[in-house]
Design a protein around this ligand. Structure first.
Ligand code: BES
Ligand code: MN
Ligand code: MN
Length: 458
């Protein structure tokens, strides 16, 4: 423990400087104009892995952005940990809301501000630095494989084929991921559930061209009005989702489990204040925390159509569009829910408009068991580094690879993240605590230590 702490103390400035090099490259996977930067980031990550002591480091092509791979096999008889993370980031817009530019990282009030600081360059890089630490202090007790992808933020759609193709290469005993949050810096937690996702785009067409809203208005269905009405009907008065069959396969969480979850600290007033909202919203019968973890949702992510330029133009538009996501919980299947949505959305469209539903990406929900050696090792590691036993907690976000790994490799993941919900991931002014970054680097070697130890007595 002391060697870990003193190594971090001696090297913390360099740990930050090296992370900053990665943060300066705008690896936005969604926008083709950043494709060269995505490649440069993959190269930079692979260099860092090599420098830390990884072998067989390669940038592996996929159908999209490449995967960075590296490994250190010290003894085939020892357990193997597969580290997953992503080096791609979300677009930084709206740029004008950033206090400092998104790709010019700075430390302000103990936080690293930059796009990707927390999600996931900062969290991914903790593993590279923890690996370096274990190599330098000759304390790596397991084999280690790194798989760092460049398409997580756009749905990991090439990942299924990739892990099927390299099933043998990726063989491991457990997957370790830091791409989630803890409850608070004085309340450590381990993520034991993630929601799944289905994401669709809808297109509503009314008349075949934009019309004069005075000449035709009142007699021809306005596709934007119609789309709004259709979307509004997707929730009832209790904010339940109205798609037939949507909840059929949702596994109910027992009263006991809900009571257990409710013990985690949560302050509704602080929550509202932080977001500057007058009140929360959500499905009747569930708490705010439950609404963002154990319950499925449906949200419009974007909606457009008609005239949105300067001034006013009187027009009855021909088309209206929306991007809609549904977060799924255990029991639900992404493809099945996509089909239910399509069927329902088509059925509620009046004959005055045409509707097209285009599915984007998706992913299935996951639960992480707490009775495994790997969970116990993660729990023990966090208990030691935070001085407090971590609480198992479900989270609302999605990481498509977790369910994929389970299906293809039969492997469970450990979701040992160090972010905070307030880190503004995907938002302007994303940040990551220097405390959290260094605490991660401190905790990860302890995970390896206990995972190796507990594996021996298996
Ligand atoms: N790291 C997040 C997921 C996350 C965030 C999980 C916070 C738990 C807590 C990840 O990078 C992400 O943003 N995933 C996307 C899914 C993807 C298919 C676009 C998401 O959840 O929207
Ligand atoms: Mn992420
Ligand atoms: Mn993300």
């Amino acid at each position: 423990m002391e060697t870990i702490k003193s190594y971090i103390q001696k090297n913390q400035q360099r740990f930050l400087d090296e992370l900053f090099v990665l943060l300066r490259i705008p690896s936005v996977s969604a926008d083709p104009k950043y494709a060269p930067d995505v490649i440069r980031t993959a190269e930079a990550v692979s260099e860092r892995l090599r420098a830390a002591g990884a072998e067989n480091v390669e940038i592996m092509p996929t159908g999209g952005h490449p995967m960075v791979y590296g490994e250190k096999i010290i003894d085939p008889k020892l357990p193997t940990v597969l580290v997953y993370g992503h080096y791609d980031v979300q677009p930084a817009d709206p740029l004008e809301l950033w206090h400092t530019p998104p790709f010019e990282p700075v430390v302000r009030d103990g936080n690293i501000y930059a796009r990707g600081a927390c999600d996931d360059k900062g969290q991914m890089f903790m593993h590279v630095k923890a690996f370096e630490l274990m190599m330098q202090t000759e304390s790596l007790p397991c084999n280690i494989k790194f798989m760092i992808e460049g398409e997580e933020e756009i749905g990991s759609s090439n990942l299924g084929p990739f892990i099927r193709k390299y099933k043998d290469k990726l063989k491991a005993d457990v997957i370790l991921i830091s791409d989630t949050s803890i409850i608070a810096n004085d309340t450590p937690s381990i993520t034991v559930g993630l929601r799944g996702l289905t994401y669709v785009e809808v297109e509503i067409t009314g008349p075949n061209i934009d019309l004069h809203s005075g000449v035709y208005g009142g007699a021809v269905a306005n596709p934007i009005n119609t789309l709004c009405k259709m979307i509004a009907s997707l929730h009832d008065a209790d904010n339940h989702i109205t798609i037939p069959g949507f909840y059929d396969k949702v596994k109910t969480v027992s009263k006991e489990e809900r009571a257990e979850m409710d013990k985690a600290p949560f302050n509704l007033n602080d929550y509202k204040k932080h977001l500057d909202i007058g009140d929360v919203w959500g499905e009747k019968g569930y708490t705010t925390r439950e609404r963002t973890s154990i319950r499925p949702t449906l949200d419009v992510n974007g909606i457009w159509g008609g005239y949105t330029g300067e001034g006013a133009k009187t027009v009855l538009p021909s088309k209206a569009f929306a991007k809609i996501s549904m977060r799924l919980v255990p029991g639900q299947d992404s493809d099945e829910v996509t089909a239910l949505f399509r069927k329902h959305f088509e059925s509620i469209a009046p004959s005055s408009v045409k509707v097209v539903v285009r599915p984007h990406h998706g992913g299935n929900p996951v639960v992480v068991p707490t009775d495994t050696i790997a969970y116990k090792a993660a729990s023990k590691a966090m208990e030691e580094s935070f001085g407090k036993k971590p609480i198992p907690a479900r989270e609302g976000g999605s990481i498509p690879i977790v369910a994929l790994f389970e299906d293809v490799l039969g492997l469970k993941s450990i979701l040992m993240g160090f972010g905070l919900d307030s880190d503004a991931i995907h938002s302007p002014n994303e940040h990551y605590g220097v405390f959290n970054y260094l605490k991660g680097i401190e905790t990860i070697p302890l995970f390896y230590k206990y995972f190796a130890e507990y594996s021996k007595t298996k």
